[in-house]
Design a protein around this ligand. Structure first.
Ligand SMILES: [Ca+2]
Length: 473
C-alpha cells in the first residue's frame, strides 16, 4: 500500500511536471510558428524575458557603464549612450531617451561630425540628449529573432539589430514620433513604418552600392502599443514578420545580385535608441517627459545552437577572450577576406583573391593584438591551404609579432585544387606578450614577388599551434 501510494504520488508529480513544461514550451514558440513546425530550439544564452530587477550581465553589457564603451560606439551624436538610462522593471527592459542639461557629455568628442550634447560647430550642451544601448555578450549564427516591444513615443528610433564581420542587420529601426521642429523632411506615415535594413560594411563593395532597405507601412502607430517584430536569418533567405504575420521574404540569391548579402558571419545583438538629424532632432519639448523604449522580451531560436566560442584561427568567428569578443581578422588591404566559398572545416575560411600587378607589394592580414598566447620553447604550427590551378605562388609567411618570429612556408610543390595540410616546427625564447595594444598575434603575408601568375586565388583554414595557452583556437 505504501509503495502504491508513492507510485501514485510520483505519477501525478510527473504529469504536473510535464504539463508545466508543455505550457512553458507553448509559450516559448515563435509567434510566427506557434506549433513550432520548424523545430526551433530556443537559445537560452541570448534570449531574455527581462523578468528580474536588473539586467542579466551574463547576457548583456551596457554601453558606457563605468565609462567603458569597449571601443564600440558612444551614441549617435549629439546623443550619448549612458548606463543610467537602462533599467529592468515590471517585466520589461526599459531604454530611456531624455533631455539632461546637467549631464557632463564627452568633452570635445564628435561622432559623425557632431559634438556630443552639442552641434556640428560647438560643444555647447544645446542638445543635451542621453540615450541607452545594450549589446549581447555572445554571437550566434543563423536563427529566428523575435522582440516584443513598444517603441518610444518620441523622435528617436527603437531598434533591434546585429553586427558581424563586414555586416549589419537592422531587424527593426523604427521611429516613434516626428519631432516638433523638423527642418528637413516630414516623411509621411513615419510613425507607422516598420523599417528593416541589411547593411554591407565590406570595404570591397562597389561605389554607389545600395544597401537593402525596406519599409512596410503598418495600420498601427508603432509607439501606441507592444508588437512582435520577427526576423528569420537563414543561410539562404531572410523573412520579416510583424505580430506573427509574414511581411517579406528575400532570398540570398536575389540579395547577392545586388551585392547585399554579407550575412554569412556570426552576429551579436544590439538593442538601443538613437536620434537621426535627417528626421529632425528632438528638442526640449519632445523630451519633456523621458521617452521609454519598452522591451518585453528578446527570444532567439535556432535550428542548431551556436556554441559559445568560435574557432577564430579556423575563421569561424571573432576572437573571444575573457568573456568578451575581441575582433575579427583584419586586412590592411582589401584582397584578403573571410568567406564561405569553401572551407576545410566549418563553413568559413580565409581567402586571398587578386588579379593585377603583384610586384613590390606585400599583402597582409592580421589577427587582433593579444590574441596569441604561446609558451616559450619549441612549438609547431600547421594550417590547410587550397591553391587554385591558375595560381603560381612560391611561399607564404606567418609572422608571429611579439616576440617576432618569422615562419616561411614553401608552397611551390603544394598540390592545387585541394586542401593540403602544411606544418612547420619553430622555437621561441620568450612567452607571447599579452597586451591588447601590441600583444602577440599572427600576421599572414604574401609577398608579391613570390607570385608569378597574373592572378592569385587561395584559401587558408584551420591554423593550429601545438602549444597555445590562449583561447584563440
Ligand atoms: Ca573554417
Amino acid at each position: 500500500m505504501k509503495n502504491l501510494l508513492i507510485t501514485t504520488i510520483s505519477l501525478s508529480f510527473i504529469s504536473l511536471v510535464s504539463l508545466y513544461s508543455l505550457e512553458c514550451k507553448a509559450q516559448q514558440n515563435p509567434v510566427s510558428d506557434p506549433e513550432n513546425k520548424d523545430k526551433w530550439i530556443i537559445n537560452e544564452t541570448l534570449s531574455d524575458e527581462f523578468n528580474g530587477t536588473e539586467l542579466d550581465k551574463s547576457k548583456w553589457w551596457i554601453l558606457g557603464e563605468n565609462g567603458d564603451y569597449r571601443k564600440k560606439w558612444k551614441g549617435r551624436a549629439p546623443a550619448q549612450f549612458v548606463a543610467h538610462n537602462v533599467a529592468v522593471k515590471e517585466g520589461n527592459l526599459i531604454l530611456t531617451s531624455q533631455w539632461e542639461p546637467e549631464f557632463e557629455f564627452l568633452k570635445g568628442e564628435k561622432n559623425n561630425g557632431v559634438f556630443y550634447g552639442g552641434t556640428k560647430e560647438k560643444a555647447d550642451n544645446s542638445k543635451p540628449i542621453t540615450q541607452a544601448c545594450i549589446m549581447s555578450e555572445s554571437f550566434f549564427k543563423y536563427g529566428y529573432m523575435e522582440i516584443r516591444s513598444k517603441a518610444a513615443n518620441a523622435p528617436v528610433t527603437s531598434s533591434f539589430w546585429t553586427t558581424g564581420y563586414h555586416s549589419e542587420i537592422d531587424m527593426t529601426e523604427n521611429f516613434g514620433k516626428l519631432s516638433a521642429e523638423n527642418p528637413y523632411n516630414k516623411p509621411e506615415k513615419l510613425e507607422y513604418k516598420y523599417r528593416t535594413n541589411l547593411i554591407s560594411w565590406d570595404p570591397q563593395k562597389a561605389k554607389g552600392h545600395k544597401h537593402y532597405k525596406v519599409e512596410d507601412v503598418l495600420d498601427v502607430r508603432i509607439a501606441d502599443d507592444y508588437h512582435v517584430y520577427g526576423f528569420e536569418w537563414d543561410k539562404d533567405y531572410i523573412k520579416i514578420y510583424f505580430d506573427g504575420k509574414l511581411l517579406r521574404t528575400s532570398t540570398r540569391e536575389e540579395l547577392e545580385k545586388n551585392d547585399q548579402w554579407r550575412h554569412q558571419f556570426p552576429q551579436e545583438l544590439w538593442i538601443n535608441s538613437e536620434v537621426f538629424e535627417w528626421y529632425g532632432l528632438p528638442n526640449k519639448e519632445d523630451l519633456e517627459q523621458p521617452a521609454n523604449y519598452l522591451i518585453d522580451y528578446v527570444r532567439i531560436w535556432q535550428k542548431e545552437i551556436t556554441p559559445p566560442n568560435f574557432n577564430a584561427l579556423g575563421f569561424e568567428g571573432p576572437f573571444y577572450f575573457q568573456g568578451r569578443s575581441m575582433n575579427w581578422w583584419a586586412p590592411n588591404k582589401d584582397h584578403w577576406r573571410m568567406t564561405d566559398d569553401k572551407a576545410a572545416s566549418g563553413d568559413l575560411s580565409l581567402c586571398f583573391n587578386y588579379e593585377g600587378d603583384f610586384s613590390g607589394k606585400n599583402f597582409n592580414i592580421y589577427a587582433p593584438f593579444g590574441s596569441l598566447d604561446l609558451p616559450e620553447g619549441s612549438n609547431e604550427i600547421e594550417f590547410k591551404v587550397w591553391i587554385d590551378k591558375d595560381t603560381d605562388i612560391k611561399k607564404i609567411d606567418f609572422i608571429l609579432t611579439n616576440p617576432k618570429t618569422n615562419i616561411s612556408f614553401d608552397l611551390s610543390n603544394v598540390k592545387k585544387g585541394k586542401w593540403v595540410k602544411v606544418s612547420q616546427k619553430f622555437t621561441r625564447n620568450k612567452d607571447s606578450v599579452q597586451d591588447l595594444k601590441n600583444g602577440d598575434r599572427v600576421q599572414i603575408q604574401l609577398k608579391g614577388n613570390t607570385i608569378t601568375s597574373k592572378k592569385a586565388l587561395l584559401y587558408i583554414d584551420d591554423i593550429e599551434f601545438k602549444h597555445n595557452k590562449g583561447l584563440a583556437n
